[in-house]
Design a protein around this ligand. Structure first.
Ligand code: ZN
Length: 475
């Protein structure tokens, strides 16, 4: 009865909140799968995720929503309200896109990827590409079907239809142009750095630090930069990630090795950067609406990379963090000054693993994945040929021999979760982060001084006001 007095727009936002609530259950199931679930729970988990994902899809493609959207679009008071008009624009785009996918395909994708990620984890541990290959074939086939349902944008290619999910309105042609320019500058820069013969000493990061002490430091740093632990957690997983479940619940994970505390801290800063964005979105009021969603995966990545690199690899940050680390590690770093830590975490060295890559080589890892996944989607590169193509490209771009597929084509989780089209958002995120950093430094002339004292509030305040609070208001 109460529904009667509501406008179509109000009914729409209520229905979207319900769908988002149901979707947050999928998020929680996935989080649990990566952190706590016992291995034998995998088959049930795939069914659970498939069932709930199908319900979410039904809610989001309900023809009743289509009617409410159309009625809202006809409402002149809505058109004149920039906030609600922006929301409606994005609701329309998402609805039109979702209704192109049949529920059966959504179910098959959800179930296949949930199982595939479990196969991938074991295949990676055993460096057994053959075990994962049939699953990658299946995922590519389903991804082609999905892209065909969405349709190739005019003048584009099949991959564009998938890219749209992660970076709306971005196109392959544009990415190729951006990547070519970046590559032309990065390749000689990396060569120059390596030829210089100056290799910062990374001994501080090789010191043995017990995991409990690393956990304590990670938690302190995440808290200090503004992550709210009353509305979040930090746990351990094989592949660090951030899951923004909804208002008041944002989950972060990281990983630990006793002889590389700075890598774990770096992963934590990265995921906490995502987490700060999730906690800064206006979810209390607008959960389920585009206003409370990130603008794109690339923008999301700009937030993580900004904290990881612009902050976490800066000298002012280490002037504060070294004191903190010494306190937690019982003086272990007393022989080093902030400059030594700053140099150690900025060491450039081509490596096999993307997530451990330095800033100079990182984007080369992304370009490789972008090219190979497009070739596989088009059918120009078969799954069987992937490992060899990977090895050849790593040799060409980074000058390294890939000793096994664990450190080659099996290293990332993305293809196993069906994330074809996801990789380029990392490099776009790096570039967006650089632009944001340049803008915010102009607004915050005393930023270095503040960071030296462990004060990140002005920086977070700037990001809150200029990025987080905007949600998906702008295309
Ligand atoms: Zn990230």
């Amino acid at each position: 009865m109460q529904h009667e007095s509501k406008t179509p727009y109000e009914k729409l936002t209520l229905a979207l909140r319900e769908a988002a609530t149901l979707d947050s259950v999928v998020g929680l199931l996935s989080w649990d799968q990566e952190t706590l679930m016992p291995p034998r729970g995998g088959a049930l988990r795939a069914e659970q995720i498939a069932s709930v994902s199908t319900l979410v899809h039904e809610r989001r493609t309900d023809p009743q929503l289509g009617d409410w959207i159309a009625q809202s679009e006809d409402d002149p008071t809505l058109r004149d309200d920039p906030t609600r008009a922006a929301n409606l624009r994005e609701i329309r785009r998402q609805y039109d896109r979702a209704t192109l996918l049949p529920g059966s395909l959504v179910r098959e994708l959800a179930e296949t990827t949930s199982l595939a990620v479990q196969v991938w984890r074991e295949a990676r541990a055993a460096s057994d590409f053959g075990a994962f290959a049939p699953w990658l074939e299946r995922i590519l086939r389903l991804s082609r079907s999905k892209a065909a349902c969405y349709g190739t944008p005019a003048g584009g290619e099949l991959y564009d239809a998938l890219l749209e999910e992660y970076e709306p309105e971005m196109r392959v042609a544009e990415i190729e142009r951006i990547f070519a320019g970046l590559r032309a500058r990065l390749t000689p820069l990396v060569a120059e750095l390596l030829d210089s013969g100056r290799r910062p000493n990374d001994a501080p990061n090789r010191l043995r630090v017990p995991v409990e002490q690393q956990q304590e430091l990670n938690r302190r740093v995440a808290e200090r930069i503004g992550f709210d632990f009353r509305g979040g957690r930090l746990d351990v997983s094989a592949h660090p990630f951030c899951q923004g479940l909804g208002p008041g619940d944002t989950r972060l994970t990281t990983r630990y090795q006793e002889d590389s505390f700075a890598d774990s801290l770096s992963s934590t800063l990265h995921e906490a950067g995502h987490g700060l964005y999730e906690q800064g979105l206006p979810k209390e009021d607008a959960f389920g609406q585009p206003l409370a969603e990130s603008a794109s995966f690339g923008i999301h990545e700009s937030q993580s990379r900004l904290w990881e690199n612009m902050v976490g690899r800066s000298r002012p940050f280490w002037e504060w963090a070294l004191l903190e680390a010494n306190q937690v590690f019982g003086g272990l770093l007393e022989g080093y000054d902030a400059d030594a830590l700053y140099r150690a975490v900025n060491r450039v060295e081509p490596s096999l693993i993307r997530v451990d890559a330095d800033e100079a080589t990182y984007n080369l890892h992304i370009m490789l994945r972008f090219d190979l996944e497009r070739a596989m989607l088009r059918g120009d590169l078969s799954v069987a040929e992937l490992p060899a193509a990977w090895h050849a490209r790593v040799l060409e771009d980074l000058g390294l021999e890939v000793p096994d597929d664990r450190r080659g084509a099996l290293q990332d989780i993305h293809w196993a979760i069906g994330g074809i089209g996801y990789f380029p958002t990392y490099t776009l995120g790096n570039l967006y982060a650089a632009q944001l950093w340049s803008a915010l430094r102009g607004d915050l002339p005393d930023l270095d001084e503040r960071m030296r004292g462990g004060d990140f509030s002005a920086l977070l305040g700037w990001l809150r006001a200029n990025v987080h609070a905007k949600g998906h208001r702008y295309p």
